[in-house]
Design a protein around this ligand. Structure first.
Ligand SMILES: [Cu+2]
Length: 153
């Protein structure tokens, strides 16, 4: 009996192929495949950053312009080795490639007062989606293959 006469196998093969196509073409909420450049104007004041959260995609180039509105402040990003110092009238700038995905705290790196330890924010580096889709497609085809070759005695 050839495979296409086997109803169970035909259903599994067709379902698997349809699921893979769905995984590849379904629009995801943040569909940016090509790396982007971000120019971020970051204001620092005692004791907060504005904005306090940043979201980019893995592979993006990020330039942060740090402007201080009152005293000397710094901006250090955990896990990225980015550090810069600014004081009023003397802004600082740093550029880096967001090559690691995950959530990274950024914090003031100049002791600026009582609440300095709480002067923090968060950088989110979202995984790049073509990779996510590839992982999904691989998983679906693995399950499909297992289903296809599974034999009940
Ligand atoms: Cu500080």
């Amino acid at each position: 009996m050839t495979w296409f006469h086997d109803r169970r196998r035909s259903i599994i093969a067709i379902t698997t192929i349809l699921l893979i196509i769905t995984a590849m073409i379904t629009p995801l909420p943040l569909t940016t495949s090509a790396p982007q450049s971000h120019n971020i104007e970051m204001n620092a004041r005692t004791f907060a950053f504005e904005p306090s959260t940043l979201t980019v995609h893995k592979g993006d180039t990020v330039t942060i312009h740090l402007e201080s509105l009152d005293a000397q402040h710094g901006l250090f990003i955990d896990g990225y080795n980015v550090d810069m110092h600014a004081e009023p009238g003397k802004s600082a700038q740093a550029t880096f490639v967001a090559d690691k995905d995950g959530k990274f705290k950024f914090r003031c790196s100049v002791t600026c007062g009582a609440l300095h330890p709480f002067m923090i924010g968060e950088l989110t580096v979202a995984p790049d989606f073509p990779f996510g889709r590839a992982v999904l497609a691989t998983l679906i085809s693995s399950f499909g293959t297992i289903g296809f070759f599974w034999r009940k005695e």
